[in-house]
Design a protein around this ligand. Structure first.
Ligand code: NAD
Length: 286
């Protein structure tokens, strides 16, 4: 089992040392501004965790919590202000935004040099030509997991299930940079099980619990489960449990390495956000 929590914690420890060096050299800390519009409970938890982790590694964090009825213009004005603020090195807009605010418009307003989520078309373009600057945190976290475990990638057959801008597409591009032979599957792909059986590296980012079964997996494959699905607990109480997109118990019997959910990819996403913020601060300082 790939212990994402332990690997993320080691990465954060290393980041703290790098942040200390940065502060000693430049006299200020890298700063991350987080914008949350509305009161979606899951988003509020993510924002709180990001702020906590920032402080743990010694970075500054500025939270901008805006009411759900905030107009798009107001969000854009705030972003413009943060773009021009030299104490802010990273800007993160927590998604999803309320429906009256255009996600593309908002993400396009962030200065690419401060786009620590890596969603701006400029950064997506750098990634697409094989020169990632600020890569999206979740797929970058998956690559960091594979690197940390010394899993060979060159020439391996990789299948990415899911083609979202946030996870699937950038994941495929990062695997391509690692010299994998990459296939992308999505909701209209046929024979998904057969595609899986050919994959040495399988990354699943769909959002359907237990979509990938154990007998779909090539013996010895490496399985990275990005999915986060909340299932009502069996006892009918209000509690819930979190599962991924892969039937873990079945898959763990066949795979050579597999990420659990929770405790796999999730912790790496925040660690990579902090790493991107430090990177943005270093680039700005130099
Ligand atoms: P999304 O809804 O934007 O994309 C889902 C993708 O799955 C689409 O490309 C769609 O074509 C594909 N798909 C849907 N049904 C399919 C099927 N039956 N077979 C094959 N492909 C199918 O979702 P997303 O934002 O990419 O997130 C995917 C999952 O990853 C979600 O569960 C999300 O919660 C999770 N996630 C986790 C992290 C993390 O930090 N661990 C970060 C982001 C997203």
């Amino acid at each position: 089992m790939i212990d994402g929590k332990a690997i993320a914690s080691a990465l954060c420890k290393d980041l703290k040392t790098r942040v200390d060096h940065f502060k000693a050299r430049h006299g200020y800390a890298p700063g991350l501004a987080v914008i949350l519009v509305g009161e979606d409970p899951a988003s509020a938890i993510y924002v709180r965790r990001k702020g906590e982790q920032c402080r743990v590694v010694g970075m500054e964090t500025m939270e901008h919590r805006l009411p759900v009825e905030t107009r798009e213009e107001t969000v854009l004005e705030l972003i413009q202000r943060l773009n021009g603020d030299s104490a802010v090195h990273g800007i993160l807009v927590q998604l999803p935004l309320p429906p009256h605010i255009g996600t593309r418009t908002v993400l396009a307003a962030i200065a690419p040099s401060k786009d620590v989520d890596g969603f701006h078309v400029t950064n997506a373009g750098w990634l697409a030509i094989g020169e990632p600057t600020l890569a999206p945190c979740t797929p970058w976290g998956c690559i960091r997991l594979l690197h940390t475990l010394n899993i060979p990638l060159r020439g391996e057959r990789a299948l990415v299930i899911g083609r979202s801008v946030i996870v699937g597409r950038p994941m495929a591009q990062l695997l391509l940079i690692e010299d994998c032979t990459v296939t992308i599957a999505h909701r209209y792909s046929e024979n998904l099980a057969d595609l899986c059986r050919e994959a040495d590296i399988l990354v699943v980012a769909v959002g359907i619990p237990n979509l990938v079964r154990g007998d779909w997996i090539k013996p010895g494959a490496v399985v990275i489960d990005v999915g986060i699905n909340r299932l009502q607990s069996a006892d009918g109480t209000n509690g819930h449990r979190i599962v991924g997109d892969v039937a873990f118990d079945e898959a763990a019997r066949v795979a050579s390495a597999i990420t659990p959910v929770p405790g796999g990819v999730g912790p790496m996403t925040i660690a990579c956000l902090l790493e991107n913020t430090l990177r943005a601060a270093e680039i700005a300082a130099n």
